[in-house]
Write a protein that binds this ligand. Structure first.
Ligand code: AMP
Ligand code: MG
Length: 327
């Protein structure tokens, strides 16, 4: 069972666990978050594992201070104005990922944008001391209700995480408002702790709320993730010209036949495979093969989300881009 510590006693223990790549439930002003080092792929994979999320949707990276924020995302005058007005606080900004940002691709689900927020209180202190951003979705298992007390986190996730930091009931009790800054326009991706009208007053423009805008959020659109190469899942052989995304032991004849090989996890560890998924797909895509053949991935645990992502990449595409010919 998770240890539960009051915020005044929890800082050193939480820091040690986060530095070791573990995950910790922490109070924020919105709801309890399940936090892991956003630069560490295995830590981020642990978040998905503990929540039992069936797919890799992008996570919010939490920062302390504008210097850290600017190393991660590109701020234009409009996003700077919103950050100055509402941070620290329950506003999440979706911004272009900064070149060379030290953020693991599992946090952004391979997108070139990032959701950023600067929290108040214990989270801010923790991130400042760690010196690294924390990825932190709500601390509840997938499909369960969001937790706003340490007791609720313990009842749901207590047997899956080492530490819950108890800061009492969270003051806002709602998730953050998510706004995507798109040039001069602002889009409301998720209503939350700061009312849209308040944001509109500061930004001096209205928030766009196209139907379906939220779809963009959890990676519902296969096109966001589509590599230029075609993807063939469940591959047990290699056809001419294919690159190979392996898992576990690689049969020598498959290694020999492939134009390039990368292994998600030579030991067959799903957490390691999750943390390598986006970077390996991208790297193989950049090798220019027409098709990436992917070894079968077990459907248990994180395998469900890994297979979801791969099946999306393998799905027939409506628009033909890159080297892949829709069939
Ligand atoms: P949660 O995981 O509950 O904290 O929710 C995070 C929300 O932020 C989800 O709706 C995500 O899809 C959304 N989100 C995170 N990153 C992005 C991004 N780069 N673009 C759009 N939405 C994002
Ligand atoms: Mg949630």
């Amino acid at each position: 069972m998770a240890q539960i510590l009051k915020i005044d006693d929890a800082l050193a223990g939480a820091l040690a666990l986060l530095k070791a790549g573990e995950i910790v439930a922490i109070p924020t002003e919105t709801v309890y978050g399940l936090a892991g080092d956003a630069t560490n792929g295995e830590a981020v994979a642990r978040i998905f594992e503990a929540k039992g999320r069936p797919r890799f949707n992008p996570l919010i990276a939490h920062v302390a201070g504008m210097a850290m924020a600017r190393r991660i995302a590109v701020f234009d005058p409009l996003s700077t104005k919103l950050a100055e007005a509402f941070w620290p606080g329950p506003l999440t900004l979706v911004l272009p990922l900064a070149p060379g940002a030290d953020i693991h691709p599992l946090v952004t689900a391979g997108l070139d944008t990032i959701a950023l927020r600067m929290p108040q209180g214990f989270g801010a202190t923790l991130i400042g001391r760690l010196g690294r951003p924390l990825a932190a979705p709500s601390a509840n298992s997938s499909g369960r209700i969001t937790a706003t007390t340490a007791e609720a986190v313990a009842a749901d996730l207590g047997d899956r995480i080492p530490l819950i930091v108890d800061g009492g009931p969270t003051p806002v009790g709602l998730e953050s408002t998510i706004v995507k800054v798109d040039g001069q326009s602002l889009r409301l991706l998720r209503p939350g702790g700061i009312a849209a009208e308040v944001i509109e007053a500061v930004a001096r423009r209205s928030l766009l709320r196209e139907p379906g805008a939220g779809v963009e959020a959890p990676g519902m659109l296969a096109s966001h993730y589509a590599p230029a190469a075609a993807v063939r899942v469940g591959a047990t052989d290699i056809r001419p010209g294919e690159a190979f995304l392996a898992f576990g032991a690689v049969p020598p004849e498959m290694a020999d036949a492939a134009v390039a090989v990368l292994n998600l996890s030579p030991s067959g560890d799903l957490r390691e495979a999750a943390s390598n998924l986006f970077s390996h797909l991208k790297a193989l895509d950049q090798r220019g093969a027409a098709t990436i053949a992917v070894a079968p991935i077990p459907a248990r645990g994180l395998g469900e989300a890994i297979n979801d992502r791969l099946n999306r990449a393998a799905a027939p595409r409506e628009v033909t881009t890159g080297r892949h010919q829709a069939s």
